[in-house]
Write a protein that binds this ligand. Structure first.
Ligand SMILES: [Zn+2]
Length: 482
């Protein structure tokens, strides 16, 4: 009998606002434990929450980007539960009137698939509980309490681990390009709970679902989905039933363990939050945000390929981060040919980023500088090797590229006598390479040419050097034969 897997996701995204959702404590990740707290986010009696308007604006960006319906009024509610990650005994979330409903997301790798979003709601994050490795006791860091979250709830209509990963990475890309979250799973700013059920192919009703928590990487999510759907299918095939439960994925053991029988939504008590007034969402505010929505990566990719003639795989790489695509667009705005801009950014620029242990987002490179360097190379004023060296200096020390080229005398060398002297010097230094060349190893010529460029400090005119080297080798080979 054939079974199919039905998956729904709850994706929590931490917003990169400077202040928390209901108080003005900072949200900096990695700060000393319990150093960013106040009576409001600690939930002390009598402390009153005040909504940070930036959270609403960020939420509206995502709602608009996913085509959610936005009602004129949204509200907050209290979700009561007893667990030490929330000191006040309830979480402020949205239950009755979330900010967005009935949106959708088109998958990146299977664009024919559109997954419906049931709702997007705003809520506060909870404290981080960790086990003290020495005592085995639980440590609580309240810094994360009150960090703003958006929870994105999909309809249960994903059918495989691949589709689930596709949706998560597509949504992650959206929040990055919207500038509302850094989407870093490894730091917990993007967390995913997965609901899984299986049913016989063709059945209309959903099977009993389990919820998987503690999924901290895409790999873990993918493995957990495969594992859990197999577990459920095996049980059904053996005539057993599936119990609704929350299961914790153990990435080390590659297995899941039941945590507690799943509380049904009705088991939590939800009450309207009395300390926060309703959020009125005027049409003018929504339209102002819509007008300023940045272009999404999927639209950029189409434009790069269709209008700028960039190869699809390069367009994907250029849109792998907002910072990189911003560099690319700034370069083409400055008149750099799109193919040159892509070549330099995906080649030299990313290599230098990696070597300097940096991501494109961390590098402040005035695009005018890179455009100028590329122009010098295209005009034949410096070699590409010198261009790379200049770019490296600009990226490391923010030097002026024009000064750098003058101080280091990087102007291209077209003096035949000088280039000939470099060639003769290299052939003297590497007699072995010359012997290899005469034995027919063409790689030896590439090596000799590389050494000539190196000896010239990257300045030798490559075309002229290649021609002179060719002539020198030809005359040497003639004299050998005689
Ligand atoms: Zn606070």
């Amino acid at each position: 009998m054939d079974y199919e897997t039905v998956i729904g996701l709850e994706i929590h995204v931490e917003l990169q606002t400077e202040e928390k959702i209901f108080c003005s404590c900072p949200t900096t990740f990695g700060a000393l434990e319990n150093s960013q707290i106040c009576p409001v986010c600690r939930g002390l009696p009598g402390a009153r929450p005040v909504l940070n308007p930036q959270v609403v604006n960020f939420a509206l960006r995502l709602c608009l980007a996913t085509g959610c319906r936005i009602d004129p009024m949204s509200r907050f509610d209290r979700k009561f539960y007893d667990y030490p990650d929330l000191p006040k005994g309830y979480q402020i979330t949205q239950w009755f009137q979330p900010i967005g409903r009935e949106g959708s997301v088109r998958l990146t790798h299977q664009p024919s698939r559109v997954i419906r979003i049931r709702e997007i709601h705003m809520e506060e994050d909870t404290a981080r509980l960790t086990e003290d490795p020495e005592s085995g006791g639980i440590q609580i860091d309240y810094n994360r309490c009150g960090v703003p979250l958006l929870e994105i709830v999909t309809q249960p209509e994903l059918s495989s681990a691949e589709e689930a990963i596709d949706l998560i990475t597509t949504l992650r890309e959206m929040v990055l390009f919207l500038g509302i979250s850094d989407g870093r799973m490894e730091q917990g700013s993007l967390r995913v709970d997965v609901n899984i059920s299986v049913r016989r192919k063709g059945d209309q009703t959903l099977g009993v679902r389990t919820e998987m928590k503690n999924l901290s990487s895409l790999k873990a999510i993918s493995r957990a989905i495969r594992h859990e759907s197999q577990r459920q299918i095996k049980r059904l095939q053996a005539g057993k039933i599936i119990r609704p439960a929350t299961r914790r994925w153990d990435e080390k053991r590659q297995e899941s363990r039941a945590l507690r029988s799943k509380e049904m939504a009705a088991d939590y008590r939800y009450d309207p939050e009395p300390d926060l007034p309703p959020v009125h969402l005027e049409a003018a505010r929504i339209e102002a945000i819509r007008a300023r929505l940045p272009e999404m990566a999927s639209v950029k990719r189409k434009r790069y390929v269709g209008q700028l003639g960039i190869r699809p795989e390069d367009a994907s790489l250029l849109t792998s981060s907002p910072a990189l695509s911003a560099q690319f667009e700034a370069l083409t705005d400055q008149g750099t040919a799109p193919a040159d801009a892509a070549g330099w950014l995906l080649g030299e620029f990313l290599q230098i980023c990696r070597r300097q242990g940096c991501t494109p987002a961390k590098i402040t490179l005035p695009p005018g500088n890179l455009a100028w360097i590329i122009r010098q190379v295209e005009n034949g004023r410096i070699t590409r090797m010198s261009g790379r060296r200049t770019l490296e200096a600009v990226m490391a020390d923010n030097v002026d590229p024009q000064d750098y080229i003058e101080i280091h005398q990087l102007a291209i060398q077209t003096d035949q006598d000088q280039i000939q002297r470099w060639i003769d010097e290299v052939l003297r230094q590497y007699p072995g390479a010359l012997r290899d060349y005469f034995r027919g190893r063409t790689k030896a010529r590439v090596f000799i040419m590389g050494q000539v460029m190196r000896l010239s400090g990257g300045r030798a005119d490559p075309a002229l050097s290649a021609r002179l080297l060719e002539q020198t080798l030809a005359s040497l080979s003639d004299s050998q034969r005689q």
